[in-house]
Design a protein around this ligand. Structure first.
Ligand code: NOJ
Length: 546
């Protein structure tokens, strides 16, 4: 790689994570959903070799952090988020040697690698759970959460899973229920048992010793549960036909998530990751500002936490403003800003689809890249991809059910690399999910050869952000401007988004980035049309070459 240099990862134990000197505060992350990124061995499933061979694309884009979704041994009930061995690579993704080669290449390209850690639950095929299931006397019984049935024989409390339905499954062998906040094949680990913390310390060190730069902590908000496992207050009756998030929000999640003891786990892990200069990024899937504040408050806890309401908001200036200013100013520098992932409908689809959705998603990225914190792109976001089309017979997500609109397959269709068969993703006859009807102008090769394509806008945005190191420290000041327009200033830089219906004037100054004007045409674009955004260096800023 060329100019994509970050300050060295010097982070002596005890350095406050809110410090602007931490390397991830200057970084841009990129999520790779491994199954769908690039298939290196022609079996139709993305893998570590495929990722290794396509890493140059991330370097070209200017990405600093590569987050890879789980590649561990797994029966794949939830495509790898059900781990059967935390230190083994699933053969479908490669092996440890392929992993080491990937890390080696990433280092030569100045890309830091963050891997997914799945500590809330294991697979029901993990040796721990197989042992726990043999009976109440198993040495691993307390690795999981077991309870006797309620007096009526039903589940011990009213908790529900994130995927809908009761969070307890009755085990015939012992006559007890076990807890799972996701599929029954994903039993929750018992973090009140100190043996679990010891097991995970060793897992963290195993991967850190192989040279990784941090972890993305799956379900970080839910590791510890209420000691008494009390039922959650119910807000309204649950409609089993309703979308999964509506079902989830029928409860006030007072006892199953956001228990204060979780912070002790993060502290414990920080003592390990700090000694390697590595980063701890929480999935932190919460929707209330006070919850994200609580999860990120401790200086010696999570370094970064994703803030997901950006994935649920409408294209409405008030909604956007409320979401961006939700986390309190003290935790904002620790926010991981995202608008798409392998779990939700892609932003370009949500914001209207086609060119409109694409334009809006890029415009929102300008704000997310300008805020304190660490922005992440989800693979294909740089191409402006909308969700791929997946016919009902090709659906793969276990939570899809019969509802064609449900499930997460649409955001997981393979990356279109070029115009060869299977869009260059795989030489297999059929990839594990359909490519999803992509045009040549949506492929990486098609866009890279077309200077006006959206991928060049993203690349330029990353370049501009890299040239503005003060973004790690300058205070954020949201300003009242024309209706429909959002603006915040970072020192003498203005970030402006037009989410209204009228074209507006940009503030005086020199335009550093504009979503609808190519580099070079910037000075001629003093106006901001609807669904676009710009970065302006205000007149008080000394002129510098970018
Ligand atoms: C969050 C992951 O992103 C999602 O894909 C998975 O199903 C759940 N956690 C359970 O591990």
């Amino acid at each position: 790689m060329t100019d994509n240099k970050l300050s060295p990862a010097v982070s002596p134990s005890g350095t406050p994570s809110v410090g602007a000197d931490r390397w991830w505060r200057h970084a841009v992350g990129y999520e790779v959903y491994l199954r769908s990124f690039a298939d290196g061995n022609g079996d139709g499933i993305g893998d570590l070799v495929g990722l290794h061979d396509r890493l140059d694309h991330l370097a070209w884009l200017g990405v600093d952090i590569l987050w890879i979704t789980p590649f561990y041994q797994s029966p794949m009930a939830d495509f790898g988020y059900d781990v059967a061995d935390y230190t083994a690579v699933h053969p479908v993704y490669g092996d440890l040697a392929a992993f080491d080669r990937l890390i080696g290449k990433a280092k030569t390209l100045d890309i830091r690698v963050v891997i997914d850690l799945v500590p809330n639950h294991s697979s029901d095929q993990h040796a721990w759970f197989r042992s726990a299931r043999t009976g109440r006397d198993s040495e691993h019984r307390d690795y999981y959460i077991w309870r006797d049935p309620a007096p009526d024989g039903g589940p011990p409390n009213n908790w529900i899973t994130y995927f809908g339905g009761p969070a307890w499954t009755l085990d015939d062998v012992s006559g007890q229920y076990y807890l799972h906040l996701f599929l029954p094949e994903q039993p929750d680990l018992n973090w009140r048992n100190p043996a679990i913390a010891d097991e995970f310390d060793a897992i963290l060190r195993f991967w850190l010793d192989r040279g990784i730069d941090g972890f993305r902590i799956d379900v970080a908000q839910a590791l510890v549960k209420d000691e008494q496992l009390r039922s959650n207050p119910q807000r309204h009756p649950i409609d089993p036909a309703a979308p999964r998030w509506d079902q989830w929000h029928a409860h006030e999640h007072r006892y199953d998530i956001c228990q204060p003891e979780s912070i002790d786990i993060f502290r414990r892990w920080r003592r390990i990751t700090d000694s390697y200069g590595a980063v701890l990024i929480g999935e932190t899937y919460v929707v209330e500002p006070h919850e994200i504040d609580q999860l990120l408050a401790a200086d010696d806890g999570l370094d970064v936490g994703f803030w997901f309401p950006t994935m649920a908001m409408d294209w409405d200036p008030h909604a956007i403003h409320a979401v961006l200013t939700g986390p309190s100013p003290t935790v904002r520098p620790k926010i991981g800003w995202v608008q798409s992932s392998h779990d939700e409908v892609r932003a370009a689809t949500r914001f209207g689809g086609g060119d409109l959705g694409r334009r809006r998603s890029l415009a929102l990225a300008v704000l997310l890249f300008g805020l304190p914190g660490t922005p992440f792109l989800y693979q294909g976001e740089e191409l402006g991809l909308v969700d791929g089309l997946v016919p009902p017979e090709a659906k793969a997500d276990p939570i899809g059910g019969d509802d064609p609109a449900a499930g997460r397959d649409g955001c997981r269709t393979p990356i279109p690399w070029d115009s060869s068969p299977n869009a260059g993703f795989s030489t297999a006859e059929q990839p594990w999910l359909p490519i999803g009807h992509r045009g040549v102008d949506e492929t990486v090769a098609g866009q890279r050869s077309e200077p006006g394509a959206i991928v060049h806008r993203y690349r330029h945005l990353l370049e501009v952000r890299r040239s503005l190191p003060e973004l790690a420290t300058a205070p954020v000041e949201f300003r009242e401007v024309a209706s429909g327009v959002l603006r915040f200033d970072r020192g003498d830089l203005a970030f402006v988004l037009n989410a209204g219906t009228e074209t507006v004037a940009l503030p005086d100054g020199s335009v550093l980035f504009h979503t609808t004007a190519p580099p070079g045409g910037l000075e001629n674009s003093p106006a901001l049309s609807p669904d676009s955004a710009a970065i302006v260096a205000l007149p008080s800023r000394p002129r510098r070459d970018l």
